[in-house]
Design a protein around this ligand. Structure first.
Ligand SMILES: Cc1ncc(COP(=O)(O)O)c(C=O)c1O
Length: 417
């Protein structure tokens, strides 16, 4: 009963910007985390949900499943087939071997299950900080010790820091894992083929296995090209995780795909069967439809995100002249350096991993601008004094939010001066 729906009007149809379909009033009726955690006077630009309607192909698939009562358990490899087709077309990469894939509940649970295959509680996990806070939370919750390999000041992978972290990790455990984020959340960095090849050589040299979270891969914006870690030489013993959840806004429809490199097949074979019971059937159907038939919608979204990236750059320049924004190469997340505002910001010891924790500039922007952002310090070392802003919203909300932030900074200056 899998859907054969295309983005409703066909591949050549012009799809309107998905980011300009909803009003603030309509968005405020949503019941998901983004729109309910804060009171209604707050503009929520924090958690990674997008202010879009579903891609028509995804909505059609879900409607059909509900109408048919097709709401049982997931089965088969349609999700893997769809991802393999997408990877071949979009990334010119034929490396997704369907027999080396497994459906998992979501990306983070897939990471936890992969850690269980590769090491044990007490072992180490290396992360490239600042990074998606649940990397810390899920690793420590499963009893692993986290070692940081901070990014360079320019937000790129730092091979020396990764070497040092591998050495430190090997002193503490025989089976360290390097958990990559590719593209990187929160900086929006797209790791290059040469960077990833160097990481693979380094990981092999130190006996470190690599798990690459590639959830943001479909969200690479014009100007950069996605390279899967699994596609570089030396990465054959690695794992990667993919999902349609970020690019098609399907976090509420849980599903993800774990993909093993050719030398990791025997590890994948040890994955307990019950792990594949985690994703919901509706989730698998929706993700499959997205990768197989939601590409025209994705193109329209990427165009809208590219426009918002430019708009945000100019808004920050105009209203927040003492804030520096690194132009993200991917994702809909902007990493804003607010250190020149001189506000106290907690260090990472105050809690990397606790997504809802607010400090420094994020606290000030919530209190004085009524704009909710993610606080940089929860992303670990290098995050203090930064905020992460989600620009997958309407241009009107984006303008309002940055104007409010600018006014709040001006008021703060007057008060402190
Ligand atoms: C890098 C990264 N990994 C994983 C996730 C969460 O994915 P899931 O809901 O599939 O666990 C996110 C969500 O924003 C993310 O940015």
């Amino acid at each position: 009963m899998a859907s054969a729906a295309c983005d409703s009007t066909g591949p050549d149809a012009v799809i309107a910007n998905p980011l300009e379909q909803l009003t603030l009033e309509q968005l405020r009726t949503r019941t998901s985390m983004k729109w309910t955690v804060h009171p209604p006077d707050v503009l929520p630009l924090w958690v990674a949900e997008m202010d879009v309607l579903l891609a028509p192909a995804v909505a059609d698939t879900l409607h059909r499943a509900v109408a048919d009562g097709d709401t049982g358990y997931p089965s088969g490899h349609a999700y893997a087939d769809a991802l393999a087709g997408f990877a071949a077309d979009r990334w010119r990469w034929d490396g997704i071997a369907v027999e080396r894939t497994a459906i998992v509940a979501d990306v983070m649970m897939g990471i936890v299950e992969t850690l269980r295959l590769l090491n044990e509680p007490g072992d180490t996990v290396i992360v490239c900080a600042p990074v998606y806070p649940p990397f810390y939370a899920f690793a420590t919750h499963s009893g692993r010790r986290v070692i940081e390999a901070p990014l360079t000041p320019g937000g790129r992978l730092d091979l020396d820091a990764i070497t040092d972290a591998c050495t430190a990790a090997r002193r503490l455990s025989n089976r360290p894992v390097l958990l990559l984020c590719n593209p990187h959340n929160p900086t929006g960095t797209v790791h290059t083929r040469s960077e990833l090849t160097a990481v693979a050589a380094l990981a092999r040299r130190h006996g470190v296995r690599v798990v690459s979270d590639e959830i943001h891969a479909p969200l690479v914006l014009p100007g950069a090209d996605f390279v899967s870690y699994l596609s570089v030489p030396g990465a054959e013993d690695a794992f990667a995780l993919f999902s349609a959840s970020k690019a098609w806004n399907l976090a509420g429809l849980k599903a993800a795909l774990l993909v093993a490199g050719s030398e990791a097949a025997t590890d994948l074979a040890r994955l307990p069967e019950e792990v594949s019971h985690g994703p919901s059937h509706l989730g698998v159907l929706a993700h499959t439809a997205a990768f197989a038939h939601g590409r025209a919608w994705l193109d329209a979204l990427l165009e809208g995100l590219d426009q918002n990236r430019s708009l945000l750059t100019s808004l920050v320049h105009r209203h927040l002249p003492t804030v520096d924004m690194v132009r993200p190469e991917a994702t809909y997340l902007a990493w804003l350096d607010c250190r020149r505002l001189g506000l106290h910001s907690a260090g990472p010891s105050d809690g990397p991993g606790v997504v809802s924790d607010l400090s420094g500039p994020a606290r000030m922007f919530l209190d004085r601008a009524r704009v909710a952002l993610s606080s940089g310090h929860v992303f670990g070392t290098g995050g203090s004094g930064f905020v992460r802003l989600n620009y997958a919203t309407t241009s009107a909300i984006l303008r309002d939010a940055v104007q409010r932030m600018g006014a709040a900074v001006a008021t703060t200056k007057v008060r402190s001066g």
